[in-house]
Design a protein around this ligand. Structure first.
Ligand SMILES: [Zn+2]
Length: 221
């Protein structure tokens, strides 16, 4: 198939690319891997690496996003914002290799320091460091979600947000609940890591830091 897919549920607000792909695939009774490898790109696929699960939310291979835009009608800019690469240069300066080893860490930690003078700041070399991303490929992205979002979403609409997969916030921006660890594969929610997981209100200081003042956290009925 090369044209528009007949069914294409829209991405949720802030949803991660793999989460949306997982929901898209489910509509057709496919796994996300089947959708990507056999129904998205040219014959033979896009040459996704074996560890494409994390690559897709980080920076998808060239051609993936334009093709998804053509298949679903979702604007390319919106799809880019569903990946970490689409957050550069705001969340992190760039995903490209550093021009000088250790430059990213040095810039991020010291750029706006007002507590220590330039002479007092300890120097530290951390080659290959990237803000908010795991330093080792052994450690993938976080899998966290809001119990209230998960329990109140209509069938087939719940997804992981991109920001909740990064160690950047602690609470849900809609409900002010703690984000709790979950199991999930290629963006699909499977189960909570702890069986007794339920909605818990985040402390006011956390909610203020995360700027999530909309509604108080309350367990779903
Ligand atoms: Zn929520």
């Amino acid at each position: 198939m090369t044209g528009r897919w007949p069914l294409h549920p829209p991405p949720g607000e802030g949803e991660a690319l793999t989460s949306w792909l997982s929901r898209l695939a489910e509509v057709y009774g496919f796994s996300a891997e089947e959708l990507i490898r056999h129904n998205l790109g040219p014959p033979g696929g896009f040459g996704l690496p074996e560890d494409h699960t994390s690559a897709l939310d980080l920076t998808p291979p060239a051609g993936v996003l334009p093709t998804l835009a053509a298949r679903t009608g979702v604007p390319l800019d919106q799809l880019r914002h569903m990946t970490v690469a689409g957050q550069a240069p705001w969340l992190l300066d760039t995903l490209d290799p550093e021009p000088v080893p250790g430059a990213a860490f040095d810039t991020y930690v010291h750029q706006n320091s007002v507590l220590l003078t330039a002479k007092e700041r300890p120097r530290r070399q951390v080659p290959g460091w990237r803000a908010w991303l795991p330093t080792s490929t052994k450690h993938g992205a976080l899998r966290r979600a809001c119990p209230t979002c998960q329990s109140t979403a209509a069938a087939g609409t719940f997804g992981f947000t991109l920001i909740s997969q990064l160690p950047l916030t602690l609470s849900c921006p809609h409900h002010g609940c703690h984000l709790d660890p979950a199991f999930g594969g290629l963006g699909a929610f499977v189960a909570w890591e702890k069986q007794d997981t339920g909605a818990r209100a985040a402390p006011a200081a956390v909610v203020a830091m995360d700027d999530a003042p909309t509604r108080p956290c309350a367990p779903a009925r």
